[in-house]
Design a protein around this ligand. Structure first.
Ligand code: GLC
Length: 566
């Protein structure tokens, strides 16, 4: 019979051992850091994640049924690509009602249930706010286009042509062709940076700005933890509608190349971001930005000069980097020193899958593990793209008539559009990869038979278990949560290495980014670590529990992660 004291001791021990488990269910909090700094985000393309009703399209109940999976993976927040009512011309990025759920994806009741279940799993919900434009079926636009004197005429950008049959200026749509659409009803053109079915809102009209701010508040009150802001760069246009400077040559849609000087990245964008942030602050919400930039200085601006814009502008430059140690070393150094909190992304619904993009065609699985080790151990917040954790591959359409993404039909066959990176999540080896009992809206590549969640969970060396291990480590190791980034062996052309140092502890990350065996050697005395050894935490190759730092032999594409202490 245990005594009272030993019963207390047993209870204490039970609680003590239960704690790490409990912690892994929510983003670790260290000091006063806001939750999103230590969270792992995960982008879900709702059409493709999990179909709960057999119609071939993913839905919110499908996502809810996978929260256990996401929790076990180590995800703290999911960003759901637009799930609002929409004619689906751009698969949800053409919203016809900002305050509801598209029936393909469920109901507001389903959303509330997902939000509640999410909370129980320690997973927050981030929605995708399409701020630049609505659908041409949105009631605001239906009113706007109804007459020149309509109440909401000025909610969009209407202009006369330059001359008969000539648009107001030379601006080109990001999806090809003129950015101006003639409308017979009122004999004027309206402006659309994206498809003609996506008319641009007029952000110079305070009524529009207020309506958009109110929409965010409406969702925050419903429990949304933040937004990913879509296409923020195109919010404002030059009121004088000056022609953009034309550059030599044509793009792959046959349009003249030009510098989008007067319809992109206008300074007023930052005023709008400050306004959206003011609302977000009232609800302790986070704003993630779709921020395509060409250098670190440009990216820095989105945080706001007083840290009053986006908390999380995405470093989308990462997506376009070549898989090479010096290239990544240089880029990370710039971002890490920029003063902003880095937000790393290696893939999304607009870019070919990371497995294909960084892969060399032969060692793609190894390279997928290298990329995971890299961006999941850096100082900053990572955003995973669904399926990346199982090594999902691009599955481009083979025939033009199968293409679903309109932009793919336009540029076929040079660019086959974005269907390839949006195919259904591969849950298991049964027909349709366990995604649907119906006909999936996009075809699933045959590789699902080996690259799927169920099979990979059984394989200790799978990409999925590598991700799970990395995320578990990331959630519990103070050096990975809060440590400084210190680049090591900066002249090495093949091996990328760095320390994440926190007080007296550090994690050493070593990645052989080459197809040849390499040797790496570290002297960490300058950083205050004299032992000359590391305790192995994770590695892709066979290594002892303790590793001598003066000589680490690395197989092609191998990763070594070890703990060094003073
Ligand atoms: C963003 C989205 C993309 C969409 C476009 C227009 O770039 O990521 O998928 O087509 O905005 O809304």
């Amino acid at each position: 019979m245990p005594t009272k004291i030993s019963r207390f001791l047993l209870l204490f021990l039970a609680l003590f051992f239960a704690l790490p488990e409990m912690h892994s269910q929510s983003a670790p909090q260290a000091g006063d850091a806001p939750w999103w700094k230590h969270a792992v985000f995960y982008e879900i393309y709702p059409r493709s994640y999990m179909d709960s009703n057999g119609d071939g399209y993913g839905d919110l109940n499908g996502i809810a049924s996978k929260l256990d999976y996401l929790q076990a993976l180590g995800v703290d927040a999911i960003w759901i690509a637009p799930c609002f009512p929409s004619p689906q011309v751009d698969f949800g990025y053409d919203v016809s009602d900002y305050e509801n759920i598209d029936k393909t994806y469920g109901t507001l009741g389903d959303f509330d249930r997902l939000e509640k279940l999410g909370r129980e799993h320690g997973i927050k919900i981030i929605l995708d706010f399409v701020v630049n434009h609505t659908s041409d079926q949105h009631p605001w636009f239906l009113d706007s286009r109804s007459s020149r004197t309509a109440k909401k005429r000025n909610w969009y950008i209407w202009r006369d042509g330059k001359a008969p049959n000539q648009p107001p200026n030379n601006w080109i749509s990001g999806f090809g062709g003129s950015a101006w659409q003639w409308d017979d009803k009122t004999n004027q053109y309206y402006y659309h940076y994206f498809y003609p079915q996506q008319p641009d809102l007029n952000w110079r009209n305070p009524a529009v700005v207020n309506a958009m701010y109110d929409t965010t508040a409406w969702w925050y009150k419903r429990g949304v933890a933040g937004f990913r802001l879509d296409a923020v760069d195109t919010l404002y246009e030059d009121p004088a509608l000056k022609d953009n400077p034309v550059l030599p040559g044509k793009d792959d849609r046959g349009d003249p190349n030009m510098r989008n000087e007067y319809n992109q990245k206008l300074p007023e964008v930052h005023t709008a971001l400050q306004g959206l942030r003011t609302v977000a602050n009232k609800y302790d919400a986070v704003l993630i930005g779709e921020t395509w930039t060409s250098d670190v200085n440009e990216l820095k601006r989105y945080y706001g000069s007083r840290n009053d814009e986006l908390q999380m502008p995405m470093d989308l430059m990462f997506i376009n980097l070549k898989f090479s140690a010096p290239v990544f070393r240089q880029h990370i150094a710039g971002i890490d020193a920029s003063g902003g909190w880095p937000v790393y992304v290696i893939g999304n619904h607009d870019k070919p899958r990371s497995w294909n993009r960084y892969g060399d065609g032969t060692h793609n699985d190894h390279i997928a593990k290298d990329m995971a080790a890299l961006y999941l151990t850096l100082r900053g917040t990572p955003i995973l793209y669904y399926g990346e954790e199982i090594g999902m591959q691009n599955n481009d359409p083979v025939r033009k008539e199968d293409v679903k993404d309109p932009v793919g039909r336009l540029t076929w066959p040079t660019d086959k559009g974005r269907d390839g990176e949006r195919t259904p999540m591969q849950w298991n080896g049964t027909p349709n990869a366990g995604f649907t009992t119906g006909i999936p809206w996009l075809p699933i590549p045959v590789t699902y038979r080996t690259y799927n969640v169920a099979d990979e969970l059984q394989d200790p060396n799978s990409i999925l278990n590598w991700y799970k291990g990395l995320l578990a480590l990331r959630h519990k190791d103070p050096a990975l949560i809060d440590g400084d980034y210190i680049a090591l062996n900066q002249d090495d052309p093949n091996v990328l290495s760095y320390l994440r140092k926190h007080n007296d502890d550090a994690v050493l990350v070593v990645i052989n980014m080459s197809a040849a065996p390499q040797k790496a050697s570290f002297d960490l005395k300058p950083q205050g670590f004299n032992s000359g050894h590391a305790k192995t935490l994770m590695t892709t190759q066979n290594m002892g529990a303790t590793q001598k730092l003066s000589e680490i032999a690395l197989q092609p594409f191998a990763v070594y992660i070890g703990e060094v202490a003073k």
